[in-house]
Design a protein around this ligand. Structure first.
Ligand code: PEP
Ligand code: MG
Length: 537
């Protein structure tokens, strides 16, 4: 008999495959004083650290590209001499080895946290390493094995960066997680890789290895013992030249993504997240280095427009080479355009590289700055871009303050692009990385939609075009709502483009306006979505 497990769907194609459960996180035992000798505890610790290091290193060797780099960095942590020395000191102070490694990792993590930026991000890696060593010491299984052959649906509480690094989308065809929401790390990765997922599925951990599940993202559900014929039908994809209510652009982080956008018949690139190119850079990329990469992307896109965003560093995207000071609240600190305060040369050089790449390729390049809060910042950005010779200039609307100051931008900009991920984070005061707060970050939240409406109305008065490039744009139904609200274009990860284009090809403006009206008048995200779902059925 089939059983329905509701959640939030990511993607538009249903898949059916057996479950592969990722092991639950091991339990950290309570702090315990040492009963064995110092030498015995140290020997056990060293052996456990070595086996964690070897395991991660062997997975790094099997993986490639970013995945391999992430796993190599993790394995290096397991062998870190300073961490080991601190753990040994804790053993000498009377703690057993699991307690010692956990105490040492905690104090290192605190140091990294207070160093801020890229270091703070590594603190989570350190937690994972300490827990892996503890699991090894206490005989708890914590497999890092993501299957590399066969065909599976991966089921887990949530996926860590190490997990997602190991995924091959031909083998892992679906993902089900108990935690996470439509904008969580897992959703973004699955959408980018074209993997069908249902996140925030409360009953996920009741599934066991070998269960046959239908992952039905369009229906926002998993069907245990379901059949492909149970899948909520996504609409047949429209022809590449079908006219859509508003154009659908693609979000990219590199040249490969740009190629995928072209293959999916995107109208161009609506968001090039340039900071993703430099997450691990030790020193600032030179103008020549940047120019080479941008040129390759522009060439890939050809005649289509490319909106390139200046480095959105800080908070959830720390850039090591900036050496930013540590901050209590990095999401509210020096991030996005604000890095221009301590380090104006960085953005100046980036815009120079963009201009050179644009000149060399003749590409239709538009530039925009992230995390603008007041018009003055937009004016500064526009002045610098113009001085460098760039002419098509915009900003991202990601803070409530600028959402309510759009009319002041008249005459200074060519476009604005709404980053619904951050706009929701700041509107609802809910950390976008926080697993327990995903309901606030649901892009169907009526207050978010009403804010977008205000932006569109004001932008229309001053003839400014409005795009949406946050995850909201990847939801085909929501894309119709956005068009009805008055958004002029949307931009989503390449795998989401066909389904979004399809919805926007079959909708007309009257139905889109009706959908927008229903969604904005709703009082909850769920009712907004279900009302629109019934209307657009
Ligand atoms: C957003 O905030 O919606 C956005 C598109 O930017 P990012 O997700 O890169 O912060
Ligand atoms: Mg953002």
């Amino acid at each position: 008999m089939s059983q329905i497990l509701p959640g939030t769907g990511v993607g538009s194609t249903a898949v059916i495959a057996p479950v592969h459960r990722l092991a639950d996180r091991p339990i950290q035992p309570p702090p315990t004083r040492r009963k064995k000798s110092i030498e015995e505890e140290i020997a056990a610790l060293e052996a456990a650290a070595k086996s964690v290091q070897d395991l991660l290193q062997s997975r790094a060797t099997q993986a490639s590209g970013d995945a391999s780099a992430i796993l190599t960095a993790l394995s290096a942590f397991a062998a870190d001499p300073a961490l080991m020395m601190a753990a040994k000191a804790e053993i000498s102070n009377g703690w057993d080895s699991p307690t010692a490694i956990s105490r040492a990792a905690k104090s290192f993590a605190q140091m990294l946290q207070s160093a801020g930026g890229a270091f703070a991000e590594r603190a989570a890696d350190l937690d994972e390493i300490a827990l892996r060593i503890t699991a090894e010491l206490t005989g708890q299984e914590w497999s890092v094995e993501i299957p590399t052959s066969g065909r599976f649906v991966l089921v887990a509480e949530d996926l860590t960066p190490a997990d997602t690094a190991g995924i091959n989308s031909k083998v892992v065809v679906g993902v089900i997680t108990q935690k996470g929401g439509p904008t969580s790390h897992t959703s973004i990765i699955c959408r980018q890789m074209g993997i069908a997922a249902v996140v925030g599925c409360a009953a996920a951990l009741e599934l066991t290895n070998g269960d046959i599940v239908l992952v039905d993202p369009v229906g926002d559900r998993v069907v245990l013992n379901g059949d492909l014929s149970d899948a909520t039908q996504a609409l047949p994809i429209v022809a590449p030249d079908a006219k859509t209510l508003i154009p659908v652009y693609g979000n990219i982080g590199n040249q490969k993504d740009a190629k995928a956008v072209v293959e999916m018949h995107g109208a161009g690139v609506g968001l090039f997240r340039t900071e993703l190119l430099y997450l691990d850079a030790q020193s600032a990329p030179t103008i020549a280095e940047q120019r080479k990469i941008y040129q390759a992307v522009f060439t890939e896109i050809g005649k289509l427009p490319v909106v390139i965003r200046t480095l959105d560093a800080g908070s959830d995207k720390p850039l090591r080479f900036l050496n930013l000071d540590s901050e209590e609240n990095p999401a509210l600190g020096i991030r996005g355009w604000r890095i221009n305060r301590p380090q104006p040369q960085v953005i100046y050089d980036q815009l120079t590289a963009i201009k050179q790449a644009a000149d060399a390729t003749g590409a239709d390049v538009r530039v925009m700055a992230p995390m603008i809060a007041i018009p003055q910042e937009a004016f500064e950005f526009a002045a610098i871009a113009r001085e460098i010779g760039l002419t098509n200039i915009g900003i991202m609307i990601e803070t409530p303050a600028i959402a309510f100051a759009v009319r002041d931008l008249a005459g200074h900009l060519n476009f604005v692009s709404i980053g619904t991920n951050d706009l929701a984070q700041y509107l609802f005061a809910a950390d976008r990385q926080h697993n327990e707060l995903v309901d606030f970050l649901d892009p169907w939240q009526p207050a978010l939609l009403r804010t977008i409406k205000r932006i569109c109305d004001d932008a229309k008065r001053i003839e400014l075009s409005v795009g949406v490039c946050g995850e909201a744009a990847a939801d085909p139904l929501l894309a119709v709502v956005l068009a009805g609200i008055g958004v002029n274009s949307v931009s989503a990860a390449a795998p989401a483009i066909p389904a979004v284009r399809t919805r926007l090809a079959i909708a007309n403006i009257e139905i889109a306006e009706q959908a927008a009206d229903l969604a904005m008048k709703a009082t909850t995200a769920q009712s907004a979505k279900s009302l629109v779902k019934s209307l657009l059925k």
